[in-house]
Design a binder for this molecule. Structure first.
Ligand code: SME
Length: 144
């Protein structure tokens, strides 16, 4: 890649920054089994960068559906200790036991969200919420 192309890619930001953030979360936090960022497009959440053992079939989720759609609709973080006990849950991976979804807001509106599945039951607590809500602030400008 030429230096101009490299600089254009850095300035373009977006996908590349989000992918690197997803990779760090997945690789450095043991109980984060699958990490993805969904971006709001109209009334839908569209899957952007993700990292985990398997692709999900849920690449487009209407706002209001699933745990993801609930967090996007309310703008509030959702923590589900037992996904099998939550009627809103849209199943992706048979191994998933718990989930956290953290909205990403920019200039007063939800522009995306961080979605993390764990193979451990009740894996997510206040430490995760604090970490991921800060990450959401950092990545917000790149969710356009
Ligand atoms: N479980 C989510 C769907 C996305 S997958 O976890 C990647 C939900 O209930 O909205």
């Amino acid at each position: 890649m030429s230096s101009l192309e490299t600089i254009e890619r850095i300035a373009d930001g977006g996908e590349d920054v989000l992918q690197r953030v997803v990779d760090v979360l997945h690789d450095e936090v043991e109980h984060y089994s699958w990490v993805g960022i969904y971006l709001v497009e109209g009334d839908d959440l569209v899957l952007g960068p993700w990292r985990g053992p398997q692709a999900t079939e849920h690449v487009r989720i209407p706002v209001g559906q699933g745990v993801c759609g609930a967090a996007a609709a309310s703008g509030e973080t959702e923590i589900v200790d037992d996904v099998n006990a939550d009627p809103r849950y849209l199943a992706c991976f048979p191994s998933t036991r718990s989930e956290i979804v953290v909205p990403i807001s920019h200039e007063g509106r939800v522009v995306g969200e961080i979605d993390i599945d764990s193979d451990r039951p009740a894996a997510f607590g206040e430490d995760d919420r604090v970490l991921l809500e800060r990450v959401a602030l950092v990545v917000a400008p790149f969710c356009n």
